[in-house]
Design a protein around this ligand. Sequence first.
Ligand SMILES: Cc1ncc(COP(=O)(O)O)c(C=O)c1O
Length: 297
Amino acid sequence: MSNSSISVSAPSIFCLFCFFYIILLDAILTSLCAVLSVADCCQAKDQYIEQFKDTLNTTVAKSIAGFFVEPIQGVNGAVQYPKGFLKEVFKLVRDRGGVCIADEVQTGFGRLGSHFWGFQTHDVLPDIVTMAKGIGNGFPMAAVVTTSEIAKSLAKRLLHFNTFGGNPLACAIGSAVLEVIKEEKLQENSQEVGTYMLLKFAKLRDEFEIIGDVRGKGLMMGIEMVSDKTSRQPLPREEVNQIHEDCKQMGLLIGRGGIFSQTFRIAPSMCITKSEVDFAVEVFRSAIIQHMKRRDK
Ligand SMILES: Cc1ncc(COP(=O)(O)O)c(C=O)c1O
């Protein structure tokens, strides 16, 4: 590992340059980047790479320790990177001596459907992967996986110690969770029901002026609320709060994220069924209709 103590985080990117949606077989309706006429040319990716290079050149030391990234940004509102962005970023980081760390706490264990790990969807191989949440299905548990070289370097320089590290009960639970994911085909369910859900919510985006974007992959989705589709300004927080509350009153619990708390985050249990999705979409639609009526008064 590098001796430098500085690590770099990815810019919080959102593809506002996008005028078109790419329809990918494995990730229908992701708002990743504008595909103009050349398949491998992505304006957004190029611009964000320039921004990333600027950060490297102006804000951090020449040699960097590492770079942390979530394959889809969770708390920021299910924000996805333009295609090819992470691959290029990993190279830039490694050129400066840094290691690349994928945070799979939200994206791992098959939630994204097409792949077991989120980093696989970017065709990159991290040096370190951190994981939690899905690893224990509610049991408090986490793990870090890395190369033997990095693991050995920890043993050489530090006393690396955890009170509960390698706890047999946690290990038994972790193994059981992996078996259930496989036996109950939960990754496949994330793919199938997740795509179904994305398409249903995308219809609402077409129906309502205040739903600015519906994005995500598998069972990790973001619904971004805007004042209107022209200005794309975030819907005021009080209005989003009201919609959120109405959903709760009708039996639908969803999360929030984004810099302005303007995005609803949906990441349900991976055993969710299509009829449960139908219920969620209907409740959400009713809450939006109620809101539009309040607005028009
Ligand atoms: C993406 C991500 N990384 C890391 C963490 C922290 O995980 P833990 O609470 O297991 O330390 C969280 C918690 O919400 C998270 O969402």
